[in-house]
Design a protein around this ligand. Structure first.
Ligand code: FAD
Length: 349
């Protein structure tokens, strides 16, 4: 089951909570949020690593005005919150998250072609749209640009925030503008000149926001206070079967080198400037290394996989083992690419 999709299992995990067990902010939340809430919902259901304890509440908004009211209310009442897409680049602690997790899912997932010119097509895509669905859509239209993304399991919002990329391409190369919501629930459009895409990161420098805002992992203050609602992309016209062939070829390359059918978050560490992280881990003799249920994939050393019963603690311990071993052997400090959620208060300020 993919993260971000409201599953039977996730519903069942939240439905039996007796009223008395609801979090202290429940009545306040229900004062300004009239939609569905999954109480005490295991976040492992929403992450591709399949680890993570309960969020006190999970909400999956399906309309922008509702989301604006939600964000405003959460801020006004100082209820902690986080956002995720498909949870394919997040490590949630075993203790879960003491607050509201907003999941951008199928409710906010429209794809709209908004213009067409001699160079190609301009398409607006909502943040909850699965990247796989967008790749399939562009492929069917014979639009070129996203071939590199075939096989990346994120949402469009998470992909923009992480500036996800592969095979020399990255999502930021195709962005014309990004629709944003700030912590007051107000809507802004960041044009390309306001966006600084970096290796697995995005900083927005927009006159309406209080200073540059780094989104995603490693962000500065209050990074969750800016949400990505949609991206506007330019794709070039190509020949339909050629675009499809390139997607298939790159996906096959991905499958040949990466573990299949195992829970993971993709590449765990960023590639340092000196060398590929996978090669450094392999050369340190760590393929197959294990802590509890967390294992360094024998197929690709930069993948930490959940062999079935891993905890977040196992994964963090294995991460530290890798960092220490590579540091001792090569003098290079590996930095996680995955967004490791810290306990509330530890990361936000
Ligand atoms: C098998 C596998 C293969 C992968 N291959 C690649 C690859 O080739 N290249 C690559 O770059 N990545 C890869 N990844 C990692 C991951 O898929 C990408 O980073 C992905 O695009 C993240 O999208 P997501 O919706 O899952 O984001 P999440 O994991 O849900 O979130 C990632 C970060 O973005 C934030 N966020 C999510 N949505 C929003 C939003 N709407 N507004 C503001 N913040 C938001 C979250 O708080 C978090 O900080 C892979 C992962 C897996 C499991």
């Amino acid at each position: 089951m993919m993260g971000g999709v409201l599953t039977q299992e996730a519903r069942a995990g939240s439905s039996g909570a007796p009223l008395a067990a609801l979090p202290p902010f429940a009545a306040t939340l229900q004062g300004f949020w009239k939609g569905e809430v999954l109480w005490h919902c295991q976040l492992a259901h929403f992450t591709t690593l399949k680890v993570g304890g309960p969020a006190q509440a999970v909400i999956m908004p399906s309309r922008i005005p509702e989301l604006a009211l939600l964000i405003k209310g959460l801020r006004q009442h100082a209820i902690p919150w986080r956002i995720m897409g498909r949870g394919s680049n997040i490590l949630v602690p075993d203790d879960g998250f003491p607050g509201v997790v907003i999941v951008m899912g199928q409710g906010l997932a429209a794809i709209r072609q908004v213009a067409e010119d001699a160079d190609g097509v301009i398409v607006e895509v909502e943040a909850g749209c699965g990247l796989a669905r967008l790749v399939k859509w562009t492929m069917a239209q014979g639009l070129s640009g996203l071939e590199f993304a075939a096989g990346i399991p994120g949402s469009v919002g998470g992909t923009i925030v992480m500036n996800a990329g592969a095979f020399g391409g990255a999502i930021g190369d195709h962005i014309l503008a990004i629709g944003l919501m700030d912590g007051q629930g107000a809507y802004h459009v960041a044009e390309r000149r306001h966006c600084r895409f970096s290796y697995r990161g995005l900083t927005i420098d927009h006159p309406d926001l209080p200073g540059p805002v780094r989104l995603g992992k490693g962000g500065g203050r209050h990074r969750e206070d800016v949400l990505v609602l949609a991206g506007t992309f330019r794709f070039t016209r190509g020949v339909q079967h050629e675009v499809a062939d390139r997607c298939r070829a790159l996906n096959a390359k991905r499958k040949a080198s990466q573990p299949q059918g195992m829970a993971s978050a993709g590449s765990f560490f960023k590639n340092p400037p000196e060398a590929a992280a996978g090669r450094l881990i392999d050369e340190a003799g760590l393929k197959g290394a294990r802590v509890g249920g967390a294992v360094i994939s024998p197929k690709h050393a930069n993948f930490i996989v959940n062999a079935g019963n891993a905890t977040a603690r196992d994964i963090v311990e294995l991460m530290h083992l890798v960092q220490e071993t590579v540091w001792k052997r090569a003098g290079i400090r590996l930095e996680p690419e995955v967004d490791i959620w810290q306990p509330e208060g530890g990361e936000r300020h």
